[in-house]
Structure formats: structure tokens, C-alpha cells
Design a protein. Structure first.
Length: 183
């Protein structure tokens, strides 16, 4: 397993060892001992989620506030997405900055997004099955969002169509300069 640091502290890209032969492949998708060593602390995942989406769907940017903040370990098991994490830690030198990474069933990459980040993804393939482990349970009262095309964050989404398929919640989410919800 390779751990790749990003330009934002604590965001990690994980490349598992994939063993391929003429029958297919095998990979260890999660090992708590190795993962905890990689992130430098003990992480306890409490919920696994599976999202299925069609091409041109954009989900996010979502996060939960304390005491229900969530860390997420995300991956794609079918298809391809452009996955994004935005630093929402108000005392961070990278506050408001983002990292984007392509996750797919071909590259096997995983993305570790700790508490303190907004998260979203855009589906590049015809369909995508997106899996994520969370460190806290979903809590509707603590959820918050940022608008996907925030001009202050300026995410370079690799859009297939000019306008992505969005939920109403995502269409009308606030901009970074208008939200009062930070970590």
C-alpha cells in the first residue's frame, strides 16, 4: 500500500497493492492496523455507505458539524468520479482550498478525508458505484453544504455537460463567504 500526501495536511490518497493474474485481481481494501498507522491515529469507522449515480451527477459539497463531524474513506468500485475535499478548518493555512482526485475501478485509489472538510464528487463514467466508510453516524441536524461552483473555492470540475445534475439542496447551498459553519 502506498500513502500519498497531498498539498493539504491530513488529506491522503491511498493506493492499495493490487495482485493481478489471468484470473482477475485481489486487493486488501481496508486494514485497520495499516490505515491507523498511515493516518497517525486510531480511527474508528462506524458506518459504510454506497452511492450509485449516473454520469454528470454532482453530489456535494457536504459536511457535518461537531459533534457529528465525519471523517470519510472513499473509493469507487465501478466507474469513475472526480472526488473533491475542501478544507473547512478556519484556523488552517489551507482554509478554503481543495484537492481533487480521480477515483475509479481501474486505478483502485482511495481518498482519506478527515473531519473538517467538505466533500463532493462528480461522475465521469456512465454510472458509478461509490463506497465510503465514515467515522460518525449521519445526523440531519448537523449537516451543512457549500455550493458546488463557489467562486472563492474555484473548483475545476471536469464537467461532461455545462450543467451537472444536482439535488435541490446542492443547487441552493451557500457560498464559502456566506456560510457560518466552520470547524
Amino acid at each position: 500500500m502506498k500513502i500519498l500526501e497531498t498539498d493539504i495536511k491530513d488529506l491522503l490518497i491511498i493506493e492499495p497493492d493490487v495482485f493481478k493474474d489471468d484470473r482477475g485481481y485481489f486487493l486488501e481494501s481496508f486494514n485497520s492496523e495499516r490505515f491507523n498507522e498511515s493516518v497517525g491515529k486510531k480511527i474508528n469507522f462506524v458506518q459504510d455507505n454506497h452511492s450509485f449515480s449516473l454520469q454528470n451527477t454532482l453530489r456535494g459539497l457536504h459536511y457535518q458539524l461537531d459533534p457529528f463531524a465525519q471523517g470519510k474513506l472513499v473509493r469507487v468500485v465501478k466507474g469513475e468520479v472526480f472526488d473533491v475535499a475542501v478544507d473547512m478548518r478556519k484556523n488552517s493555512s489551507t482554509f478554503g482550498m481543495y484537492i481533487g482526485v480521480n477515483l475509479s475501478d481501474k486505478n483502485f485509489k482511495q481518498f482519506w478525508i478527515p473531519e473538517g472538510f467538505a466533500h463532493g464528487f462528480y461522475v465521469l463514467s456512465k454510472t458509478a458505484h461509490f463506497l465510503y466508510k465514515t467515522t460518525n453516524f449521519y445526523n440531519k441536524e448537523s449537516e451543512a453544504s457549500l455550493v458546488w461552483n463557489d467562486r472563492f473555492i474555484n473548483i475545476e470540475w471536469p464537467l461532461v455537460n455545462e450543467t451537472p445534475n444536482l439535488s435541490d439542496k446542492d443547487k441552493f447551498a451557500p457560498s464559502l463567504n456566506l456560510t457560518k459553519y466552520f470547524y
